[in-house]
Design a protein around this ligand. Structure first.
Ligand SMILES: Nc1ncnc2c1ncn2[C@@H]1O[C@H](COP(=O)(O)OP(=O)(O)OP(=O)(O)O)[C@@H](O)[C@H]1O
Length: 273
């Protein structure tokens, strides 16, 4: 099964985006001349060497960071407007759970502060079951492992029913076994909720497993180097993610990363992925 095709004009449309941080080298913007299209309900990963601007791009899309020039259109709206409408979910590297609320009340937090989430929104127990945590609803964050906490954060983000979900290396602090499990649970939630996702990662395997497209970026300045379509069928079960097409696509992304590094990286960026 492939994911429903989408209209590119109706998703994220970025044209000529440039961003230089205050005090940064004006000849080396954090982002330069970024053109990018992400179709509605697509899953897109950003990958590239450290410092190529992945997080900056995510923050600009989230409306948390201003850009200098260029256009960012999100479903025909602006990042600020979408952010104000609470239509953007953000999952950072470390799960920002409230320590004084139990898991269930962390999941329902958005609906108590966000009218968009509504009172008739996602059933928190259903969300927790979807990430394999049906039995921890009454525990507090400090009683969970790091992987469990991140699952709660992901379930909460989907529970907000965001139009757009931005994820900044959400699995980077976890061991490979836990990452693998979370990837599959993330895909299950995404397929059920059909949200547009932009996902930052350093893992080639993760990017290929999850995505419809992988955006390879180069550094100094941060640019889009190449956009690679991932034509693996969905659902991405074990037979898909261990198959020969998966390995060929991983090799293709690695080759693109190599040429992205050669295009702009300093020697100390050349670490194996
Ligand atoms: N608040 C800031 N002020 C000044 N410069 C910044 C700021 N945040 C990021 N930068 C610079 O902008 C560039 C892009 O940084 P960014 O964090 O977006 O890259 P990244 O690709 O996400 O890196 P990593 O993979 O290491 O997380 C880097 O050169 C970084 O030093």
């Amino acid at each position: 099964m492939t994911h429903p095709s989408t209209d590119l004009t109706d998703g994220i449309r970025i044209r000529g985006l440039t961003k230089t941080y205050a005090g940064g080298d004006p000849h080396r913007p954090a982002l330069e001349s970024i053109d990018l299209d992400v179709g509605r309900r697509r899953f897109v990963s950003l990958i590239g060497p450290s410092g190529c601007g992945k997080s900056t791009l995510l923050r600009v899309i989230a409306g948390l960071e201003e850009h200098d020039t260029g256009e960012v259109s999100l479903f025909g709206s602006t990042p600020r407007a979408l952010c104000a409408a609470k239509a953007i979910g953000l999952v950072p590297q470390t799960p920002a759970l409230l320590p004084w609320r139990n898991v269930r009340r962390n999941i329902t937090l958005p609906r108590s502060v966000n009218r968009r989430a509504g009172t008739d929104g996602e059933d928190p127990d259903d969300l927790l079951r979807a990430v394999g945590l049906g039995d921890v609803a009454h525990r507090y964050p400090h009683q969970l492992s790091g992987g469990q906490q991140q699952r709660v954060a992901i379930a909460r983000a989907f529970g907000m029913r965001p139009e757009l979900l931005l994820m900044d290396e959400p699995f980077s602090a976890l061991d490979e076994f836990t990452r693998e499990a979370l990837r599959l649970q993330l895909l299950v939630l995404w397929q059920r909720r059909a949200t547009t996702v932009v996902f930052v990662t350093h893992s080639v395997r993760e990017a290929v497993t999850l995505s419809d497209e992988v955006v390879v970026m180069s550094a100094r300045p941060g640019r889009v180097h190449e956009v690679l379509p991932i034509d693996l069928p969905r659902p991405r079960d074990a037979s898909v993610v261990t198959g020969p097409r998966m390995h060929a696509l991983e090799d293709r992304v690695r080759a693109s990363l190599q040429s992205a590094w050669e295009a702009g990286a300093a020697p100390d960026d050349l670490v194996p992925l």
